[in-house]
Write a protein that binds this ligand. Structure first.
Ligand code: ATP
Length: 204
């Protein structure tokens, strides 16, 4: 007899979260609602992520801030899967590990901001990504995103577009404000702000 079990729909939202800000949280809410997801995993990158500007706060602090930011949202979970894996963080590894862990009763939705989506063709094993998850691109203020402008093949060329909250905030802007001792209320959750203050993060 065929199984009537409906697959759970899980969003995978990867990021440095250095720190997690209102843009991240509202994007996750918007995609959860638009695609009727059951949950969203906030997957925090490791410290060994190869990029021009490495994370400022440690993976331990970035993960803790995500945990704090999502603790009152039952559909949201902070995931350590990329921190626990040895080496640099690559999305294809995240998706493969999650597929192994969660099994085939789950459909994965990879959530990426429009800025990240544009460079997805340069990601490791780019062709594999769209096979492992449905790609969901979320609008980011100041960025034009259209699948027709992407070269083929591109992991985001079949993506679903969700405009989302269009909140003009970045972690860079939050860090800059903090380094100048300026307030970040409204940009990060109050409890995250308290953690940053207590740990003395992002001060010059
Ligand atoms: P930074 O300023 O340090 O580069 P960031 O604010 O872009 O950081 P990341 O942790 O690098 O945050 O981003 C994680 C994911 O969230 C990426 O896919 C990014 O495109 C998306 N994202 C971040 N901020 C927004 C926002 N305001 N609106 C839409 N997507 C966002």
């Amino acid at each position: 007899m065929a199984s009537s079990r409906v697959k759970r729909r899980v969003g995978v939202f990867g990021g440095t979260f250095d720190p997690i800000h209102a843009g991240h949280v509202e994007v996750a809410h918007a995609v959860l609602k638009a695609l009727c997801l059951d949950r969203v995993l906030f997957v925090v990158t490791s410290d060994q992520w190869l990029r021009e500007h490495p994370p400022v706060a440690s993976a331990v602090d970035r993960f803790r801030m995500v945990e704090i930011a999502v603790e009152n949202d039952p559909e949201f979970t902070a995931s350590k899967i990329d921190i626990l894996r040895e080496g640099s963080t690559y999305t294809v590894d995240t998706l493969n590990d999650l597929t192994m862990q969660l099994g085939d009763s789950v459909t994965l939705y990879l959530i990426v901001g429009a800025d990240s989506a544009l460079s997805m063709d340069q990601w490791k094993d780019a062709g594999e990504i769209a096979r492992l998850a449905s790609v969901v691109v979320v609008g980011r203020p100041g960025l034009e995103f259209g699948v027709e402008s992407l070269g083929e093949p591109h992991p985001a060329s079949g993506a679903e577009y969700v405009e989302g909250p269009m909140i003009d905030v970045s972690a860079t802007c939050v860090r800059d404000l903090l380094s100048e001792n300026r307030p970040v209320s409204g940009l990060v959750a109050e409890a995250v702000g308290e953690y940053i203050e207590k740990q003395g993060l992002y001060r010059e």
